[in-house]
Unconditional design. Structure first.
Length: 162
């Protein structure tokens, strides 16, 4: 059964969002500020909990981080979002800014490409190689947390994972 979180293929679970695979993300100006070590460990490529998608999380300017779907496990045609466009390269994690109450957590939004709905979300990295994503409606108490892991594999043409 599918949860509230988006997925890259209709038959699959969650989708991971990431930008292009153009190398390591540039470090933003605020990267050297005290307390941002957890933030820096959240940047990079992440495989979703269901192992069906890869997101690239990186700085998107103005002290924010965001993410694009860059890898998907599918057969046939590239999965399409609700708007009819390809899910490949789709910006799905947007506007993540530091949480003023919880150091190391970032608050923003996540897009479900199948419905076009945007949900509140939090991301944080509790330890090296792990990224937590919690999507919710209203308050975090009413949400679901997924665990993503650092992705080191390859991604083929059209965002296809092996």
């Amino acid at each position: 059964m599918r949860g509230w979180l988006p997925h890259p293929v209709a038959a699959a679970g969650i989708v991971a969002v990431v930008a292009a695979l153009s190398g390591p993300p540039a470090m933003p100006a605020w990267a050297d500020e005290p307390g941002n070590t957890v933030t820096l460990s959240a940047l990079g490529l992440w495989e979703t909990q269901e192992h069906d998608g890869v997101f690239e999380v990186k700085s998107c300017g103005d002290g924010q981080i965001c993410g694009r779907l860059v890898g998907m496990r599918y057969t046939g045609e590239v999965p399409k979002a609700k708007d009819g466009g390809s899910e490949c390269g789709l910006l799905m994690l947007t506007g993540f800014t530091p949480d003023s109450d919880k150091a190391g957590r970032w608050n923003g939004h996540i897009l479900d490409p199948d419905t076009g709905r945007v949900y509140h979300a939090q991301i944080w990295s509790p330890r090296e190689g792990v990224l937590k994503l919690r999507g919710y409606i209203g308050i975090p108490l009413f949400g679901e947390t997924h665990t993503w892991t650092r992705y080191t594999g390859t991604i083929g043409p059209r965002c296809q994972m092996p």
